[in-house]
Design a protein around this ligand. Structure first.
Ligand SMILES: [Zn+2]
Length: 126
């Protein structure tokens, strides 16, 4: 994958991460012009930092899992392995990456993994 495309996926991932974290900083800046900001004249950087931490704590398991996947995908962009399936190492199709930029597996492997998990579930029931 060329570096321009990698850069685009990186931006998408950073944006997703921002969405999850609530992007306190951006919200604070954009709200400075409206009434909300005037109601909160003592919003400090410290308060913003604290609320970011609080948001991570409040994310819940699903949010933290997703955040982890996004961080891992960003790591794969840095080490140039981004876009390859973590199981069979085949390329993950770009349309899929556009929908799920933090995808770890190709669709075939995802099916396999789901089947395996279902089998495990059946085995544990026995
Ligand atoms: Zn695969």
């Amino acid at each position: 994958m060329n570096s321009k495309k990698l850069e685009q996926f990186k931006e998408a991932l950073v944006e997703l991460r921002g969405d999850i974290l609530g992007d306190v900083e951006k919200n604070r800046k954009s709200s400075q012009t409206d009434e909300f900001a005037e109601m909160l004249p003592d919003t400090t950087d410290e308060a913003a930092r604290l609320s970011t931490r609080q948001m991570i704590l409040n994310l819940g398991e699903q949010g933290r899992d997703r955040l982890k996947l996004i961080e891992e995908a960003l790591g794969r962009i840095d080490d140039k392995s981004f876009g390859s399936c973590q199981r069979c190492e085949k390329k993950i199709p770009e349309p899929r990456l556009r929908v799920v930029p933090f995808a770890q597996y190709c669709v075939a492997c995802l099916d396999e993994i789901e089947k395996e998990q279902n089998l495990e579930r059946i085995n544990t029931i026995k």
